[in-house]
Every structure is written in C-alpha cells, then in structure tokens.
Design a protein around this ligand. Structure first.
Ligand code: SF4
Length: 64
C-alpha cells in the first residue's frame, strides 16, 4: 500500500500518529510531512484506519 500525505490538507489533528505512529511523521508544528509513504504489509490495516480517521482527508491511498 502507498499513501500520499498532503501537508496542505492536514489540520494537525494527530489522529494518524495515534493510530500508526510508526507509519506517519509529523513536523514540529504537528502537521504531517508531505510525501508518498510505502506502508509495510503488516501496518496496512492501521494505515488504512488512519486515512479514514483523518479529518482533513490528508492521507490519500494511491495504491492498495
Ligand atoms: S490525522 Fe490527518 S489532519 Fe491529523 S495530523 Fe494526521 S494527516 Fe494531519
């Protein structure tokens, strides 16, 4: 699974790292770091939950 993280949509809610802190990275201000994330197979369920829970829709699944 690949997820595109978009800082411009992030509202710094922190839910992604609450669900999958080893997958997502926030900057010092609490915004997700821009970029395409290759999600390890054993963390796909958690990453998927994070994408659903993200209130800014800032975590876009680009490849399942
Ligand atoms: S859950 Fe979404 S809005 Fe909240 S910090 Fe993560 S990417 Fe940003």
């Amino acid at each position: 699974m690949k997820i595109q993280a978009k800082e411009s949509l992030c509202i710094a809610a922190g839910r992604c790292v609450a669900v999958a802190e080893d997958v997502f990275e926030l900057d010092a201000d609490g915004f997700v770091v821009d970029g395409e994330i290759e999600v390890p197979a054993d963390r796909e369920d958690a990453a998927f939950q994070a994408a659903i829970l993200c209130p800014g829709k800032a975590l876009i699944i680009v490849e399942e």
